[in-house]
Each structure stands twice: as C-alpha cells, then as structure tokens.
Design a binder for this molecule. Structure first.
Ligand code: T4K
Length: 378
C-alpha cells in the first residue's frame, strides 16, 4: 500500500453551492424590508416561474422540502391500499407512503441502473395497488415507458398512478424533462442544501396535468382556495420568502456549478473507468449530482466498505447512498415484499458516492483517484 499524506481537513461527499455574500445580502435585505416573509410572496412566485422555465415539460409547484412534496403528491391522487416502491432510495420516499396510511410494497431494481424494474413491479401488482413510485437514481431515469405500461395493464378496477421521486434530478442541464412521459403522473424534486441546486430547504412537484397542478398548489396551502373557500385536505408546504430569495440567487450560479462538476466528473471518469472491479454509475453524463462508483463484491468481497474506510482514514468522507435499503429499515423489514430483492441488496453493499461539488479542487479528485487506484491494485 502506497502511503499518502492525510488531508488536513475533511472532504465531504458534497458542499452546498453558496454564492458570495455580496449577492445574497441584498436579496435577504429586500425580503425583510418588504415585510412579506412567506405565503407565496413575490420571491416565491418569481422563483417558481424561473424553475418552470428550466423544466422543458410539465407544470411546477414550489414546496418547502422534498418530503412535503412527496406527501403532497401522494395525498392528491385518491390512493388507497398498496403502493409499489423501490427499496433503493432515501427513507423519505417510503416513509411518505406509510405516513399516509398506505402500504409500501417493495419491488426489485434493474442491475444496470438501479432503478425500479418494470418486470419486478409487474409481479408485485395486485388488485390493491393504487400507485407505483420509482426513484431516479444517480442521474438514471427510471424505465418510464416500461413502468407506464405495467401500470396501464395492472388493474381493471381503477388506474394505477405512476409517480416518481426525482429528488436528485434538477442537477441536470436544462431541460430537466425531455418528454412528458418522463414525469409520469407526477414527480417530486428536492432543493435541499445537499442538492446541486438548492434553496437551503425546498422542493417541488411537477405534473403534466393542469388540473392536477391546481390541486397541488391548493394542497400546499392547507387546501385554501380563497378567504372563505377551503376545498379539501392540504398541508403547509409553502416555501418562505427567505428560502425563495436564496434560491433565486443560487439559480444564477447553477450553470457555472454544473460546468465545474462536469469537469471534475470527467476527471474522475478518466482515472477510474478502466479499473477492474470498479464501475462508474453516473447516468448519461448530463447529470452531476453525485459521483458514484460500484465496487464489484464478486471480485472484491466487502471491498466497498474497505475502500470507504481507507478514504475515511485519509479524511475523505464518502457515503453509501442508499444503505441500508429501505426494506431493511426496522418498520418495513417484516413486510412480505421486503424479501427477494436480490439486485437491490447487492447494490446496497457495493455503491459508494465520492465527493463532487464545484469548489472541490481538482488536485483532491486526483488524490481520491490515487487512493482508489492503490486499493484496486492490492
Ligand atoms: N427522496 C430522495 C431520493 C432523497 O434523496 C431525499 C433527500 C428526499 C426524497 C427528501 O428530500 P428533502 O425532504 O430532504 O428535501 C441528505 C439530505 O439531508 C437529504 O435531503 C438527501 N435526500 C440525502 C440523500 O442526503 P444525509 O443524512 O446524508 O445528510 P448529511 O447531513 O449527512 O449531509 C451529507 C453531507 O453533506 C455532509 O457530510 C456534509 C454535507 N453538508 C450537508 C449539509 C446539510 C454540507 O456541507 N452542508 C450542509 O448544510 O441526507
């Protein structure tokens, strides 16, 4: 093992895009001087419009985080019974289903891109299924055509909705959606500080359906339509003016951040792509939320964890997204569908997300690649 000097400061898997204070300060000053701090004020409205312009397809409503957007999305489709969902996702996806009193039913993922397998979904659809919820993973869109087909064949009694957790996909060159099929019946986005584009905390729901869009907008404000008119179940999903103002400034820097990350991702790819037993899982190259590698457990049993510890020993903090699988979370592991998820189970043992963010020095990417290279050469 070659010895490398330990980095003086930890390098995290991500760092938020933080514009110069000189550009944030006037925006925040304007918010506080206006006296309107929340409830869909002018910053909120303007940001919603600007984000809409990057979409390509669909109608976007701005929410205060991705989790509330998930709850809002699921709550506005008259769902009942079971929702078929991927286990290879952040817990928020599955918790949203359970919070609404619906039953998550896990289906397996595809080996090549780790998104929900239409074939496995088909096996798990029953008369009780009211929706399928897939997560786009590491810049790979789900098999939106295959899932739509399975849903349309699924039940004669009622439509099965096709919904997506696209928490990570806004970190992509515009347009975010190349066609409306990619949205399904609706897709949520997250604008959390750890996302390439962020509003500190924030999220959105996108849908191709104008009526559904109106329902989401009403639901995020308690179901209120007018001062004396409340239409139905809703929650507080409103983004504050402070968050919208920060998000507006961050948006000005998004394309620059994307370019920096693209350059760093290319540098990683150049160094890592030919290493035996290591595969890069970073989507189609238009997406730079994460730099993920997969360490083949058949060639290097337990190798991912050895590499993660090696990086940690050198002050490089990589992450095992998504580990544990949602089907291994205590409250879900006894569900019958939590078993037999062989592809997802292996992926959860093999994936490792490496640091990637605009301010990451290229020399640190080289340093991380040296560590991976040494590990692979042992
Ligand atoms: N669906 C999916 C597929 C998701 O991935 C998520 C969230 C959601 C739904 C829910 O969306 P939100 O309700 O969050 O909008 C982080 C984020 O908190 C979470 O938003 C995100 N996914 C998930 C993948 O990552 P943790 O527990 O890994 O965060 P944490 O605090 O360990 O942060 C990771 C690293 O980022 C730290 O090591 C350092 C760095 N960091 C983090 C924060 C918060 C910073 O440098 N500055 C910061 O302010 O969950």
């Amino acid at each position: 093992m070659t010895s490398h000097p330990v980095l003086p400061e930890p390098i995290y898997v991500t760092r938020p895009l933080i514009p110069a204070w000189a550009s944030i300060e006037p925006a925040l000053r304007a918010v506080f001087e206006s006296g309107t701090l929340t409830n869909m004020g002018p910053w909120h409205q303007r940001l919603e419009q600007q984000l809409q312009e990057r979409l390509g397809h669909g109608h976007l409503s701005l929410w205060n985080n991705g989790t509330n957007a998930l709850l809002g999305m699921l709550s506005q489709f008259d769902l009942s019974g079971e929702v078929v969902v991927t286990p290879f996702t952040f817990p928020a996806t599955v918790h949203a289903i359970a919070t609404l009193g619906l039953t998550p039913v896990f289906a397996d993922v595809r080996d090549d891109d780790l998104t929900l397998s239409a074939e496995s979904v088909k096996e798990r659809v029953t008369e009780q299924t009211s929706a399928v919820l897939g997560t786009h993973v590491y810049g790979n869109f789900c098999d939106t055509v295959g899932l739509a087909k399975v849903a349309s064949e699924g039940s004669r009694e009622r439509p099965i909705r096709v919904l997506y957790d696209g928490a990570h996909i806004f970190g992509r060159k515009a347009p975010v959606f190349e066609d409306a099929t990619e949205i399904g019946d609706a897709t949520i986005l997250s604008f959390h500080a750890t996302k390439l584009y962020h509003t500190v905390e924030g999220g959105a729901i996108v849908t191709p359906d104008a009526d559904q869009h109106r329902r989401f907008r009403t639901a995020r404000n308690f179901g209120i339509l007018g001062e004396e008119h409340n239409t139905g179940v809703g929650l507080n999903g409103k983004m504050s003016e402070v968050h919208a103002a920060v998000g507006t400034v961050v948006l000005d820097h998004l394309d620059q951040e994307l370019q920096r990350r693209a350059d760093l991702a290319a540098r990683y790819t150049e160094r890592l792509r030919d290493i035996e037993g290591i595969r890069i899982l970073s989507g189609d190259g238009t997406f730079h939320q994460y730099m993920t590698i997969r360490v083949d457990g058949r060639i290097r049993p337990g190798g991912r964890d050895v590499l993660r510890q090696r990086l940690l020993d050198h002050n490089v903090v990589s992450r095992k997204y998504f580990f544990p699988l949602c089907s291994d979370i205590d409250v879900y592991r006894d569900l019958p569908s939590a078993r037999g998820l062989d592809v997802a189970e292996r992926a959860a043992q093999e994936c490792l997300v490496l640091p990637l963010y605009g301010d990451l020095p290229a020399s640190v990417v080289d340093y991380i690649c040296d560590l991976v290279d040494d590990f692979a050469g042992e």
